[in-house]
Write a protein that binds this ligand. Sequence first.
Ligand code: 26Q
Length: 801
Amino acid sequence: MKDLKNTGSLAGAIEFHLAHSVGKTPDAASITDWRLALSRAVRDKLVTPWFDATHRTYAKDRKRVYYLSMEFLLGRILEDAVNNLGLEEEAKEALAAYGVNFAEVVNDEPDAALGNGGLGRLAACFLDSLSCLGIPAYGYGIRYAHGLFHQSFEDGRQVEMAEDWLRHQHNWEFERSECTYDIGFGGQVTETGSRAQWTPSDVVMAQAYDTPVPGWQASWTNTLRLWSAKPKKIFDLDPFNRGDYMQAAAPEVLAETISRVLYPDDSTEIGKELRLKQEFFFTSASLQDLMRRFLAHNGDLRALPSKVAIQMNDTHPAIAGPELIRQLTDIHGLSFEDAFDIAQGTLNYTNHTLLPEALEAWDVGLMTKVLPRHMQLIERIDDRLSRDVKKSETGVAPRIVDNGSVNMGTLAFTCARRVNGVSALHTDLMKQTVFSDLHAVYPDRILNQTNGVTPRRWVHGCNPGLRTLLNETIGTGWVNDLEQLEQLTPLADDAAFRIRFMAVKQENKQRLVDWVAETMGVQISPDAMFDIQIKRIHEYKRQLMNALETAALANAIRRAPDEDWTPRVKFFGGKAAPAYLDAKNIIWLINDIAKSVNEDPVIGDRLKVIYPPNYNVSMAEILIPAADLSEQISTAGKEASGTGNMKFALNGAVTIGTLDGANVEIRDHVGEDNIYIFGMTADQVQAARDGYVTQAHIDRSPVLKEVIEQIQTGFYSPGEPNRHRPVLEKLLRDDYFMVAADFDAYWDAQRQVDQGFADRDAWARMAVLNTARSGWFSSDRTIKGYARDVWGVESLLGDTT
Ligand code: 26Q
C-alpha cells in the first residue's frame, strides 16, 4: 500500500495545517488555532496505521468486536494521541519555536464528555486496550451535540449549564456524509405471506462520524463510530409552499433532537420516550452497519457468530436482540428460530448495577407505540424463554414482559451468549440476587470480567513524574504490560527508592496546590494528607458519611487544637443528576461544611475541605496522581466495581474502603496491611436490613450524634437551621445505605489512617506497594479476558502473514 505517512517533521506539518486547515499565520494564531493545527498534524500520522489495521482485518476476514455503548467518556484526545505516538518532545519543541507552550495547547481542548461516569469511562479505557492489543474492533455510540452538563456552585448549590464541546471543531473525527442509515419509529406492522412488514410513521437518518483510536505507538488503530441524527428531508414542502416555514422545518428539528444531548442520569430515569429513541437509534444504525460489512464478504448469515461479537454495555443497547432478529427475519427472510439462535450466538451483555431503581424497564404501551415490530418480537423472545424454563425444570419463571413493562435486563440476558459482571463480588451477587432465576435456567451464561483502567492515560499520561521513575527503574515495558510493576515490590524496602517515589507524589501534590490556588483562590499546604473522594454523587457512594466524618473531625480539632493532628485536605468532586434532589442536597451540605471549616482560624491548616466544581476526566488527571488517601466507601454490595479505586491505587494512593466491588480484589492484590478496610460486608448489610433502626446507631455514637445535632441547629447554615433538614430527615427516616451503622467503623479507620500517615516511612512503603501490586487492574488484562472467554477473538498484532 502507498505510504501516506506524514514522515516530514511535525513542526512542518503544524505550520502547514495552521495555514491550510486553520487559515492563520503564526503571529495571528491563538492557542486554540495552534491546538487545531497540532491536532491535524497528529491526526495525519494516524491515517496510515489506521488504514493498515483495516486492510489487515479485511484480508484475514477476522472476527470483529463491536462494542455498543450509549456513553464514551473520552476526556481530552490530543495529549493522549501525542503520547501514544511518542511525539511529546517533538511537539513541545515545534511549538516552543513559536513561543507557544505545549501544555497550554493540550489543556485548551474541551473534554469529550459523552458519558456520565464509570460506565462511559470504562468504554473509553476498553477502546484504548482493544487498540493496544491489536484486536479488530469498533466502538459504536452517539455523537451527542452536548455532553454531560457543566456544573457550577452558587451559594454552595449545584447549578447546571449546557455543555458545548463542538463549538470549536475538534479535528479528530472524519465526517462520513455518505455513510447513513434510515432509522424508523412508530407506524404499523402488516403481514405479507409469512413475513412481517414494518412501515414506520417517522424516519430519521443516522450519519457516521469516525474517530481513529490509536494503540500504543499506533501499532494498531481501531475506529470509534458515533452516530449523529439528521433529517431524512430538510423541509416539508407542503407547509413550505403554504409559507408556514416553522412547520416546514419541523422534521429537521425532530430528527436532530435525537442526538442532541446525553441523559445526565447515571441510574435509570424512568420511561422517557426520547431516551428509548436514542437507544434504538444508535443500536439499529450500528447493527445495519455491521451487517453491511459482514455481508460484503459473507453469503451465509449462519456464519455471523463466527465473524462478529457484539458487546452490549449495560441494557442501554438491549434492543439489539429484537433489532438483530428483525433484520434477520423481516429483511433477510430467516425463520424466527434461526434468527434467534444467530442473534444469541453474537450478542453479549455486561451488567453494571444491581440497584433495583437502575434496572431499565419500558412501559409496554410506549414500546408498542415507538417500536411496534420490536414489541411483537419481544413477546416471541419471551415465549422462547418460557420454553427454556420448562425444559430446565427450575420452577421459578422469569418473564421479560411483566406487569405491563419490558424488563430490559431479562431481555438482554435471554438474547446473550455470555453475561458478565464487572467484579468478582458483583458477579456473585448477580447470580444470587437479580439474575438468580435466569442463572438457574442458564447456569453457564454468567461469568466475571473484573474491570480495569488504561495505564496509558491513568499512569503514563497523568503522572509524568511516576512515568519517568518507572522507566528509570524497571524500563518502559510496563506501559503495555502493567504487571511488570510487580518488580517494584522489593523496592518498597529500599529507603532511597521510597524517597524518590514520595518525591514524585510531592511534586504532584504541589501541582494540585497550584491548581487549587489558581482556579479557586484557596491556599492549601502540600504537606497535609490529600484525602480524595471523586465520583458521581449518589447516596450509595456515601459522600454524606465522608461529610459527617469531616464535621466530626472539625469538632475534635476545635476541642483540642494543640493535639498532634495529622493535617488533612479533604477533596470532594462530582456531579449530581439534575433531577436527583437528595444528591444535590448532599452537595449543598458538603459546601456548607467546607465553608465553615475553611474559615475557622482555630482549625487552620489542620483540616481543609476543597470541592472544585465541574469534576471531569481532566480534573481527575490532576487529582488522582496527587492523592495520599483514596475514599471508596460505598455500602457493601452496592458499587458494582468502581474504577477510580484502581486509578488511585496505581498512582500510589492508599485506599480507605468497604469490602465492595473491586475493592475486595484490590485488597487481595495489595495485601490487607496496605489498605484500610472497615464496615459491614455485603452479607452483613443484607442481614442488618430487617429491624434496622437508624436512631439506635446514632445513640451509640456520640461523635455522630453531635454532628447531626449541629446540622439540625444550623451550625453549618447560620440563620437558616432548616436548610439541611431534608438530608437529615432522610437519614433519620430510613438510612437505606446504612451511613449510621458504618459511621463509627469509618471514624475509627480514619484515625488509624491519621496514625499511619504520621509515620511517613511506613506510609511510603504502603504507597509503593499499592503501585507495585495493582498492575493486574490494567484494562489490557480485562480485555484479554473478554477476548478469550466472551468474544473468541485474537490479536492481529505481530501477525504479518
Ligand atoms: C439509564 C436509563 C436512562 C437514563 C440513564 C441511564 C443510565 C446511564 C448511565 C444508567 C446507568 C448509567 C451508568 C452506570 C455506571 O456508570 N455504572 C458504573 O459502572 C462502572 C463500570 O463498570 C462500575 O465500576 C461502577 O461500579 C458502576 O456504578
